[in-house]
Design a binder for this molecule. Sequence first.
Ligand SMILES: Nc1ncnc2c1ncn2[C@@H]1O[C@H](COP(=O)(O)OP(=O)(O)OP(=O)(O)O)[C@@H](O)[C@H]1O
Length: 672
Amino acid sequence: MPKAVKSLDPALFRTIRRVSGSVYRKYFRAGANWCLLLTTVVSILLAQIITSVSDLWLTYWMNTVEERKIKNYSAKLVASELTNASDSVQNATLATEAPLYSSTGNLSVIGTMVKTALTMQDIVTEEPVHHMFYIYIWGAAILGCILLTTGRSILFLYVCMKSSIKMHNQMFSNILSATMRFFDTNPSGRILNRFSKDMGVVDEILPKMYLDSIQIFMVMAGILIMVAIVSPYMMLTTMFCGILLYIWTIIYLSTAQAIKRVEGVSRSPVFSHVSASLAGLATIRACDAVPILRVQFDDKQDIHTAAWYLSLITNTTFSIWLSLISAFYVIVVAYTFLLMDDGTTRSGNVGLAISQGLILVNVVQYGIKQTTEVISQMTSVERVLQFTKLPKEVTDGPMPPKDWPKRAKLVFKDLYLRYDTEAEPVLKNLNIVIESGWKVGVVGRTGAGKSSLISALFRLAPIDGNVYIDDVETGKIALKELRSKISIIPQEPVLFSASLRYNLDPFDKYTDADIWNALEQVELKNSVSSLSAEVESGGVNFSAGQRQLLCLARAALARNKLLVLDEATANVDPNTDALIQKSIRKHFSECTVLTVAHRLHTVADSDRVVVMEAGEIVECGHPHELLKKDDGYFTRMVKQLGSASEQSLRELAQKAYLAHIKYVDADEQPAL
Ligand SMILES: Nc1ncnc2c1ncn2[C@@H]1O[C@H](COP(=O)(O)OP(=O)(O)OP(=O)(O)O)[C@@H](O)[C@H]1O
């Protein structure tokens, strides 16, 4: 076994199982109802019947011509001999030997001979072969054959095309509504693989292969029936070769399908690696990591190529065995006629059997290869179907009040969050109340659970406990409504390769004036020339800060009462960070803002800071008050920044505290 294949997970090779019958049923049922499927099957059968009938008619025609020729030849022979005999008898009677033939009996013999000779002559002239009759019937059969074969192909390809479209759409809508767990556990390469290679096979390769193999299978069946009619004993050899082919095909199929699966699975990492490398190209080049990435790519490519090579060589071995079995069959057909000829064998039948046998040999190889290829390629259908029944997010639920949330007061109550139902909770017993209009910073070490808190808010993962927004439990309302009422600016801004207008207002809900107003709020108005300006994929023609500001403009347009920033300013310089924070303070003053931040300066002037550790809230309060605790978590984090930063941060927190002190009423503080 090649080295690369050895490095594959052995479990992949253990999955030697055939594609189940239900995959075929689902494939065809996706494209047609039972009625259309029945019509397709009937048209396929009729097309083959009419083709075989035209062949049989040709044989019948040739045999009739031959019979008639033999009959005519024998009749002519007998007639001429009788004529000769009667002539000589007559001559003898008229000449010297008249007495010998003078009896009544002799005369009657002469009369009979003459009559028979005349009758033979009559047969020869009275029963010609009516070729036009045979030609008309044969022509009609050929025409029917053309029409039915074309109709059958169109019908079959239509069913396959419909099935392909339906499966693609089902897979697409399933992936769109799949749980986040699905995306966590399936790399993008695996999903891309399903949509590119597997869908490509289902779209382009499978219908043609299917049609070919059905056609060939029908031709084979037709030929076998005809061979059985003209030479029944040939069926023994045919059956023997058929059983050999069947056994060999079964052995090949189980191997081929397992290898195809391995090939499919080993392709996904190549896709994932390429897409990840493209996404991080700048970093890779900056770190001079191209050689490392190249080696990694070669390793993944080697594994895929090894599986692909295995697939090719098993196919070639199979072809060699098919050729040997086919050659054996033709030899037996040819020799059977030689050895078993008892004088009654018709040349039309011999010609038909040998010509059909030769066709059979040619088509059988192609047909079996196509059929096995279809069965192997059905793994693509199986893989696509797997993605049509993914666990979906429960999106249904009653609609919240129209103007919800009015104040955006946020309550997390006894909250636990698990990404995996089997695993330990990532968020543990979270209890916090965030009052309307508060700007709350969430800080903590990496892995403390800050982003998981946002996931709980958006219900991206299953939770225990409750999250309330303005006293409405988020788990009891329609998920789409919940998510549409919360604006988020993620660390990596999402921008599409489209116009600026589309990026800010994809659903075309706002006027141009609204959009310009939003751009003005985030101080981007002067940086863009027109709303139809093109934003390149990922917003690469904008700076990191501008991209975040565009997302902020999008949030400003949505006018949601709840805004979440998940490390939104992690990639921008402190000035842009300050600009974004200033813009939020100014234009989102009415909104409740939750800011997850690594940079402590970002949240130093917040109304509250929540400190998280190991999935729990360990501290919560105004940053100025938290900094008063010498051994507090927040104080320790701030001290780690160095004395200069600590000092500036303390000043910032104090300034914010003094500015907002009049709004802070210790009695209203929520209990942690
Ligand atoms: N999609 C996920 N599937 C499984 N576990 C996850 C997932 N996302 C996060 N976790 C786990 O949850 C814990 C908290 O992660 P989370 O991303 O919330 O931390 P964080 O505080 O936001 O970290 P960072 O500051 O590095 O972004 C970590 O132990 C992490 O391994």
